[in-house]
Design a protein around this ligand. Structure first.
Ligand SMILES: NC(=O)c1ccc[n+]([C@@H]2O[C@H](COP(=O)([O-])OP(=O)(O)OC[C@H]3O[C@@H](n4cnc5c(N)ncnc54)[C@H](OP(=O)(O)O)[C@@H]3O)[C@@H](O)[C@H]2O)c1
Length: 274
């Protein structure tokens, strides 16, 4: 079977909402491919207007996207996937590279509903792909070749970082990659509330919170130091920062974050079983 190469990729999206936009708009922003090589489908024009405004092709017919494109992302909601697969199965051939970003729906669900062998990659990305700072975990079925994997990694790494994991860990990947931005947005919102409470204007408070999130992440990546060490470096004896840390510990900050990950994964696992 001929290998799919970047210059021949016609990129499709079945489902055109938040996650699909973050990926497609991110890919085009990197210059990996031009907007006219991206084709998206959805039942309504609600989201598709945004794709057209960027020069991308759109349709309300999912089959048209799968027929025309050789690398197709499935990006509808989990409960819609069964119907979508029934609709597109007639357009699937062995050479199509299918990438599902749908939480809780494993590779065998897709294979069984398509009834034909094709290349399937299950990706759990995050919406910061839009600003080229996403985190994506992925796993593949055995029809996916080494060069297909390289192509997938090329796309995912352009919009952030990516890593392959065993399929049994994909629900963990869904939360640790896809959901954590929501936890951090909540933290930023609360930090801004605190800053407003001590007298700062809201817009400044939000900017400070956002820059602090970027700054903390960059410090970890660029110094290679453990976050506990970076925290210790800021806390002087009998200082103000260690008082703030004590307040976080009294409020169960770490406990909350660990539970947020664990509860999220347990919910994703229940969704997979349903
Ligand atoms: N958001 C995240 O951070 C995130 C992270 C990782 C994974 N995911 C996964 O990404 C998927 C999409 O999530 P989202 O946040 O992007 O949801 P969303 O914004 O609600 O988008 C869902 C899209 O699916 C379309 N759709 C509905 N029925 C369809 C059908 N029969 N055929 C084709 N498209 C259909 C919708 O069409 P309309 O435009 O007409 O409404 C919409 O464009 C979910 O399965 C989720 O598990 C999301």
């Amino acid at each position: 079977m001929p290998e799919l190469e970047l210059e021949h990729v016609q990129l499709g999206f079945v489902g055109a909402g938040n996650m699909a936009q973050a990926m497609a708009f991110g890919f085009v922003k990197t210059g990996l491919l031009t907007a006219d090589r991206v084709f998206a489908s959805a039942p309504s024009d609600r989201n598709l207007v945004k794709w057209r405004a960027k020069g991308m092709k759109t349709t309300n017919d999912n089959r048209e996207v799968v027929r025309t494109c050789n690398m197709v992302f499935l990006a509808c909601k989990p409960y819609q996937l069964g119907d979508v697969l029934a609709e597109i199965k007639g357009e699937i051939s062995e050479d199509k590279l299918l990438l599902s970003v749908i939480a809780g729906m494993d590779i065998s669900f897709i294979e069984n509903n398509l009834g034909v062998k094709c290349k399937v990659v299950w990706v759990m990305p995050s919406t910061p792909c839009l600003v080229l700072a996403g985190v994506s975990s992925y796993c593949c079925n055995d029809a996916v070749s080494k060069s297909d994997k390289q192509l997938v990694e090329l796309f995912l790494c352009k919009v952030g970082m990516c890593f392959e994991i065993q399929e049994r860990l994909m629900n963990a990947g869904a939360i640790c990659c896809g959901a954590v931005p929501a936890f951090l947005f909540t933290a930023a919102d609360a930090l801004a509330d605190g800053s407003v409470k001590v007298g700062l204007q809201r817009d400044l408070a939000l900017k400070i919170a956002a820059h602090n999130l970027i700054g903390a992440g960059k410090m970890m990546l660029e110094t290679g130091l453990h976050p506990a060490q970076l925290k210790d470096n800021i806390c002087s004896p009998n200082g103000a920062t260690i008082c703030g840390i004590h307040a976080l510990e009294k409020g169960g900050f770490r406990d909350c974050l660990i539970s947020a990950i664990e509860d999220g994964v347990q919910r994703a696992e229940r969704m997979s079983k349903d």
